[in-house]
Design a protein around this ligand. Structure first.
Ligand code: SIN
Length: 479
């Protein structure tokens, strides 16, 4: 594998730590690589280099930054197959899905290379006769990015591309379970010609120490995090002392509603795509499926037939559509959630257990019918291949159920009455609404949540805003 790197990347150099840790394949726990384990001190050094590089990078013309980003995008596309293979090895998702992630990830780099040229200011009518007012947008400074294991590639590019396009420099801490995709991106960034210190990647098993440094270090002016709401809250508290700008892309509890005037076949396909992507391990995965009572049985029958066809196994095998879960504690968590549902009257329609050995991380795609509000499947983010199906009668009832959660990331519904479509889309307390589709993620739309799912938007024309400050200039004496 030409892009396999095991050292971290600081100031344009590959750096060793004081020890190493193992990256394993979640399919069979085989060793993929031993990577260098960096310390908090090394993270501080990387931040210092990023701060020095910022003084240079922010002065590049937008077109110059765009050209280097474009080159990085082209290299990612050129090496897409190898990047996907590496991603499957360390993360487990099926190869076709991994390739989809690589293209999705690269598309942010392409998009923000273009957006780099469109960071416009305003002129504003002055408040007095001799006053003129203008605004310019400037990069915030050094950005720290903490990224998750479920999208080891795309969650990096979705943060880093707008930051770099804006003129910021970055220090990235990828998840310790999946650092190889991040390091491969660093290798391609090096080839693309970013000046030293503009992109830095710190791989470390000491997540909380690195997080503390990123939050406490006054040179870091912005923290962007994707991960759990629990950790997001800790990071927000830690950022308070230096009053950093923060973006938080946190957990979800997505409702997926099927009304009785929906195209049931399309709804089944949409729900499967949303629920079982990445073995249910995305923050926009359907968490609670609500089906109107008069089509409940028909829907359940078709949905069950479709779920039973999903093949679970090694992501490298082209027939597989559901790979392993990421680690043992993730499987234990879904086992407990399934048991809790059964204990509270849920009916196990299919699935419910591991595939193969007792320590296998493969989990059967599972359906629980007769799901109820008092179950963990209603309140918790499942993050696994489990579909709980709830029955509802009225529009008002399902809106109340759907919104009864502290989360507000993604939501979905299927129906055909256009007035109701508007009503539901407006009533759902979520940052994103899929209407007659289960796939909402795209570079061109603003991804992000409300409530305890976080704030800030990634992708789209809004995605640069989080990395820019607005400066206002008041011009006096204009006689
Ligand atoms: C996530 O799960 O954090 C991101 C999912 C996506 O971009 O579709």
């Amino acid at each position: 594998m030409k892009l396999l790197r095991t050292k971290s990347y600081i100031n344009g150099k590959w750096v060793t730590g004081h020890r190493k840790f193992s990256v394993t394949n979640p399919y069979d726990q085989s060793l993929v690589a031993e990577v260098e384990d960096l310390s908090r001190d090394q993270c501080r050094t990387a931040i210092q280099h990023a701060n020095d590089a910022f003084k240079v990078w922010k002065k590049y013309a937008a077109a110059e930054r765009a050209a280097i980003l474009r080159k990085w995008y082209e290299l990612q596309m050129e090496h897409a197959e190898e990047l996907a293979y590496l991603l499957t090895l360390e993360q487990g998702k099926p190869l076709a899905e991994a390739l989809g992630e690589i293209k999705y990830g690269a598309s942010f780099v392409e998009w923000f290379a273009e957006e780099a040229r469109r960071v416009y200011g305003d002129t504003i009518p002055g408040h007095k006769r001799d006053i003129r007012i203008t605004t310019i947008k400037q990069p915030v400074g050094v950005v720290a990015a903490i990224t998750p294991w479920n999208f080891p590639n795309a969650m990096i590019t979705r943060k880093v591309a707008p930051a770099l396009a804006a003129g910021c420099t970055v220090v990235i801490k990828p998840a310790e379970l999946t650092p190889l995709s991040a390091l491969a991106l660093a290798e391609l960034a090096d080839q693309a010609g970013f000046p030293p210190g503009v992109i830095n990647i710190i791989v470390s098993s000491q997540a909380s120490e690195i997080g503390k440094e990123m939050c406490a270090n006054p040179l870091v002016r912005k923290l962007s995090f994707t991960g759990s709401t629990r950790v997001g809250k800790i990071l927000m508290r830690q950022c308070a002392d230096t009053v950093k700008k923060v973006s938080m892309e946190l957990g979800g509890n997505a409702p997926f509603i099927v009304f009785d005037d929906a195209d049931v076949d399309a709804a089944v396909a949409g729900a499967i795509a949303s629920k079982y992507r990445n073995a249910g391990q995305t923050c926009v995965c359907t968490n609670r499926l609500f089906v109107q009572e008069n089509i409940y049985d028909a829907f359940l029958e078709k949905y069950t037939a479709a779920v039973k066809k999903l093949t679970v196994g090694n992501g490298i095998d082209s027939a597989v559509v559901i790979g392993p879960m990421i680690e043992e504690k993730a499987v234990v968590s879904v086992e407990k959630i399934v048991q809790n549902a059964i204990d509270n009257g849920g009916k196990l329609v299919t699935g419910g257990k591991r595939v193969g050995a007792a320590d296998s991380l493969l989990f059967e795609p599972t359906i629980i019918s007769n799901a109820q509000r008092n179950m963990q499947v209603f309140t918790k983010e499942i993050f696994g291949p489990i579909t709980p199906i709830f029955k509802f009668e009225t529009e008002a009832e399902v809106i109340e159920l759907a919104n009864d959660t502290p989360y507000g990331l993604a939501s979905y519904f299927y129906g055909s009455d256009y007035a109701r479509i508007w009503r539901i889309a407006e009533a759902l307390e979520y940052g994103m609404v899929g209407i007659n589709t289960g796939m909402i993620s795209t570079t061109v739309a603003p991804f992000g949540g409300i409530k305890e799912s976080g704030f800030g938007r990634e992708g789209s024309k809004y995605g640069m805003d989080d990395y820019l400050e607005i400066k206002y200039m008041c011009w006096g004496g204009v006689k």
